[in-house]
Design a protein around this ligand. Structure first.
Ligand code: C5P
Length: 292
């Protein structure tokens, strides 16, 4: 039983996020193709004291029950009946309100980390149920493999890594402002075509990623939530145009934004492209290059 456990908490991009309509419960039915990105926050877990204590490297983040890590740890302790204290520290590197799933990844990593710390009291099925109760994107991060997700995002089918993306690099560009997920979903109502997509796009893209090249598959990348986001922030459309014109094989906004990602075939091409991007758009944006 480890005294201190450190775990990396990855992020994700959505290669496709197609909304199929609004549900009676207020959530949106969707199909999405999610891909893990090896850019990480870090979580430290230790068994100590009487209560749950959460600290965070980013002082702007709440450390009470508003934080998904706190909620995940509380749910874990309740589900297992464990009354011991737990200390958790979150070292934050992934930008927030960025469409990268940082908070959801933190919640999933908390469930996995505490389960490991206490010698696996919960089965994978029980962890899946807990994850779904905490949010829509959290189940994906229990596996952190490429996945097709349906329902409100919690029904996850894991997939193998895609041949078309092998050896390529993610470019991540955060514009310096965040987009709130509830805002993006609420404002979809103004874009009926984006709100009521036809099912089947995700399966088509999966097939292309398995059998075709990245350029071809990239033409099918699609995100319904771009409709409200690019309407309010046209700069995000300019980012994509620039990336496409300067060698990216594919580019899209991730999740509910505000991060734009692109795929490109080599690290040096990614770095050169980012240099030109910064000349055009200024250096005051957050960027990263991550191997797929
Ligand atoms: O489930 P999660 O906390 O990630 O969702 C945040 C918000 O995004 C929800 O409260 C809801 O407004 C919106 N949402 C939605 N349909 C989904 C997922 C999220 O409307 N499938």
């Amino acid at each position: 039983m480890p005294a201190l456990l450190q775990k990396q908490s990855p992020c994700k991009v959505n290669l496709l996020l197609s909304i199929l309509g609004k549900r009676p419960d207020g959530f949106h039915e969707l199909e999405t193709l999610m891909h893990p990105v090896n850019f990480f926050d870090r979580l430290d877990f230790s068994r100590t004291g009487q209560q749950l204590e959460l600290t965070c490297s980013d002082a702007t983040l709440p450390t009470d029950s508003q934080n998904l890590v706190h909620r995940a740890a509380t749910a874990f302790l309740q589900a297992t009946g464990i009354s011991e204290g737990v200390r958790i520290h979150l070292e934050k590197r992934i930008p927030q309100a960025a469409g990268l799933g940082g908070g959801s990844g933190n919640a999933a990593t908390t469930l996995l980390g505490l389960n490991e710390l206490f010698d696996n009291p919960l089965s994978p099925e029980k962890l899946d149920t807990l994850a779904a109760s905490l949010g829509s994107d959290i189940n994906f991060f229990l596996q952190a493999k490429p996945a097709l997700a349906k329902g409100r995002g919690e029904k996850v089918t894991s997939l193998d890594f895609f041949p078309a993306m092998r050896g390529s690099f993610f470019i991540l560009i955060h514009p310096g402002f965040g987009i709130s997920t509830p805002w993006a979903y609420q404002n979809l109502a103004r874009f009926p075509a984006a709100l009521n997509g036809q099912p089947g796009r995700a399966e088509k893209l999966i097939q292309l990623l398995q059998t075709s090249d990245l350029q071809t598959a990239g033409r099918e990348f699609y995100n319904s939530l771009e409709a409200p986001a690019l309407d309010k922030y046209p700069i995000l459309a300019l980012y994509q145009e620039f990336l496409r014109e300067h060698g990216a094989a594919a580019t899209l906004m991730s999740g509910s934004g505000s991060t734009t990602f692109a795929l490109i075939n080599s690290q040096s091409a990614a770095e050169k492209l980012l240099e030109r991007f910064k000349v055009k758009f200024g250096a005051a944006v957050w960027t990263a290059v991550v191997p797929v």
